[in-house]
Ligand binder design. Structure first.
Ligand code: ADP
Length: 471
C-alpha cells in the first residue's frame, strides 16, 4: 500500500512528546513490511536542515489557495530508512516552536491545505492524519474530487487537545461552515470533524479506545465517538527498540543487556553524580520524565514526593510545562537538595540517562492515551510504578497480582493509592536479590517494538480501504 502520514511533530526532526516518537518510528516498521510510506511535517525553524541534509533550495512548490489569496509552499524532502519525509515549508507555518502561538489553528489549517495539494498529485491509497493539527486534512481529502480512491484514517493521540478555534479558519482552507452538533456558534473543532469524517478512527491503546466512549474521558466528544464505535480501533504504540536500546545507547555511561545488567549500576552512579544526588548505590532512585501538566498526575507526584524522600528514596525529575507546577517543583527541589534533582526543560539525552540510571519510573497519570515513558523504562530495566489507566493499564501488570508482572500499579486517582504502590515497590527493591533481578530481566525482555502493532495498522488500513470502496 501507498500510505501518507501527516503530523505536527516527528522524531528526530522535531519533538515535544509521544506523538513525535510514534510518527518517527511506525512508518519505518510499515516500510519494513513492504509498504511505501511518506510522512508530511512542517519545516519548523528549529529543524536542523544542515544536519539532516534537507535540500531546502531544490524543492518543488505549489501555489495553494488560502482565503482570498494564495500561499506559496515548498516541499523539500529526504528519504531515510526507506521512508520519504516531506517538509512543508512556508513562512506562515514555520516557527521556532511546534506549538504555543495565538495563530496555531491557522498555521495548521494551512499545513493541511498544503499537504492536500501535494497528495492530490501522488494519490496515495491511505491518508493517515494524526491529532488535531492534521485533522482538517481528513475533511479536505474526503471532499477532494481528485482523491476518490484515497481512504482516510485519523489517529487520536490525545483527545484533550482538539484545536477548537474560530470558524473563520474553515473559510481560509475552503471548507463549508456547516456545523457539527458539538461545535458552538462560529466555532470549528478540527478533531471532531476528523472523527466524524474519517473512514476509520483510531487511538493509541485498546483501553483508551474504550475509555473515550465515556463522559469521564470523552472530553465532550463521547457521543460522536460512540456514533463511530464500529470504525474505532485501539492499537497500542510500540517504541523504536533500536534507538531505545541500553546495549548501544550513545548517551549513557555504560551499556548493558538483560543477560548482563552490571552496566546499569554504572549508569545509576553516573546519574547520581550528574544530577547532584548523593552517590549511594543502595538508595532507590525514582525517575520522572514528562510534560508537567495536570494529565501526568503532577499533583499526586508533588503530594507523595516529601514522603518518598523521607523513606530514603531519591527522585530525578525532568520536565517542562505548566508554570505553577514548575514553581512547585522548584520549591521542593530547594528544600530537598541531594535527594531531589530537578531539571526544567526538554533534554532528550538526559532523558535516556534517567531511563537507564533509575531503579523505578513513576507515571501516575490522570489519563493516558498510551504513554511511552513506561515502555522506554521497561526496555531499560527500570521498573514502572503507574496508575492503571489508558495505555498504562494495557502495558503494565502489577506483580502483586500477577507472578509474571512487570511493575506496580494503582487504580484510584488518590495519593494514598499511589503511595501504597510505591511502598510495595520499595519493599521489593529493598528485598533485592534474585526476585528483583528477575523482575528487571522480564521487563527488559518484553517486546514493545512495533512488530505486532505495525501489522495491526496494516489490517486497519485494509478496513479503511474497504470502507472507502463501499462509500
Ligand atoms: P506525551 O506524549 O503525553 O507527552 P508520552 O509518554 O506518550 O507522553 O511520550 C513522552 C515522550 O517525550 C517520551 O519519549 C519522553 O521520554 C519524552 N519527554 C517528555 N518530556 C521530556 C523532557 N522534558 N525532556 C526529554 N524528553 C521528554
Amino acid at each position: 500500500m501507498r500510505i501518507s502520514f501527516a503530523a505536527a511533530e516527528v522524531a528526530p526532526y522535531a519533538k515535544v512528546g509521544g506523538l513525535a516518537d510514534v510518527v518517527g518510528s511506525l512508518p519505518q516498521a510499515l516500510a519494513a513490511l513492504g509498504h511505501e510510506v511518506s510522512v508530511y511535517l512542517p519545516l519548523h525553524r528549529s529543524i536542523d536542515v544542515v544536519k539532516f541534509a534537507i535540500p531546502a533550495k531544490s524543492a518543488r512548490t505549489h501555489s495553494v489557495p488560502y482565503g482570498a489569496a494564495h500561499a506559496r509552499i515548498a516541499y523539500p524532502e529526504i528519504t531515510r530508512d526507506g521512508v520519504r519525509f516531506v517538509f512543508v515549508r512556508s513562512f506562515r507555518i514555520g516557527r521556532d516552536k511546534v506549538y504555543g502561538y495565538a495563530d496555531d489553528a491557522k498555521r495548521y489549517a494551512l499545513f493541511c491545505r498544503a499537504v492536500l495539494a501535494d497528495l492530490e498529485e501522488t494519490k496515495p491509497d491511505v491518508i493517515h492524519a494524526h491529532d488535531w493539527h492534521a485533522a482538517l486534512l481528513v475533511q479536505l481529502a474526503a471532499r477532494s474530487r481528485k482523491l476518490p480512491g484515497s481512504a482516510t484514517v485519523f489517529t487520536i493521540h490525545n483527545l484533550a487537545y482538539q484545536g477548537r478555534t474560530s470558524a473563520d479558519v474553515l473559510r481560509l482552507v475552503g471548507l463549508p461552515r456547516s456545523r457539527l452538533a458539538v461545535e458552538g456558534r462560529d466555532e470549528a473543532n478540527p478533531m471532531a470533524r476528523a472523527i466524524a469524517t474519517a473512514d476509520i478512527v483510531s487511538t493509541v491503546s485498546e483501553r483508551y479506545a474504550e475509555e473515550i466512549l465515556t463522559p469521564e474521558f470523552g472530553e465532550r466528544l463521547e457521543g460522536l465517538l460512540r456514533d463511530r464505535r464500529d470504525d474505532l480501533w485501539g492499537i497500542t504504540n510500540g517504541i523504536d527498540t533500536t534507538f531505545f536500546d541500553p546495549s548501544r545507547d550513545p548517551h549513557i555511561a555504560a551499556h548493558y543487556t538483560a543477560d548482563d545488567q552490571s552496566g546499569k549500576a554504572v549508569c545509576k552512579a553516573a546519574l547520581q553524580t550528574e544530577t547532584g544526588l548523593t552517590v549511594q548505590p543502595s538508595a532507590p532512585v525514582f525517575g520522572v520524565i514528562g510534560r508537567l501538566v495536570e494529565q501526568k498526575g503532577v499533583d499526586l507526584l508533588t503530594a507523595v514526593a516529601p514522603w518518598l524522600l523521607d523513606k530514603g528514596g531519591q527522585l530525578v525529575v525532568l520536565g517542562a510545562g505548566d508554570p505553577t507546577y514548575e514553581q512547585r517543583w522548584r520549591e521542593l527541589a530547594q528544600k530537598m537538595k541531594g535527594r531531589l534533582a530537578l531539571t526544567l526543560g526538554f533534554d532528550a539525552a538526559l532523558a535516556q540517562r534517567i531511563y537507564a540510571g533509575s531503579d523505578m519510573f513513576l507515571m501516575p497519570s490522570r489519563f493516558e492515551p498510551c504513554g511511552l515513558g513506561q515502555l522506554i523504562s521497561l526496555r531499560y530495566g527500570t521498573v514502572p510504578v503507574v496508575r492503571a489507566v489508558g495505555g498504562l493499564a494495557n502495558t503494565v501488570r502489577d506483580i502483586d497480582g500477577d507472578a509474571r508482572g512487570n511493575g506496580f500499579s494503582f487504580t484510584k486517582y488518590e495519593a494514598a493509592g499511589f503511595a501504597d504502590a510505591i511502598e510495595r515497590a520499595l519493599h521489593r527493591y529493598r528485598a533485592g536479590g534474585q526476585p528483583w533481578l528477575a523482575l528487571r530481566t522480564r521487563a527488559m525482555r518484553e517486546d514493545h517494538s512495533w512488530k505486532a502493532s505495525a501489522r495491526r495498522y496494516v489490517e486497519m488500513y485494509g478496513a479503511a480501504a474497504k470502507a472507502r470502496r463501499a462509500a
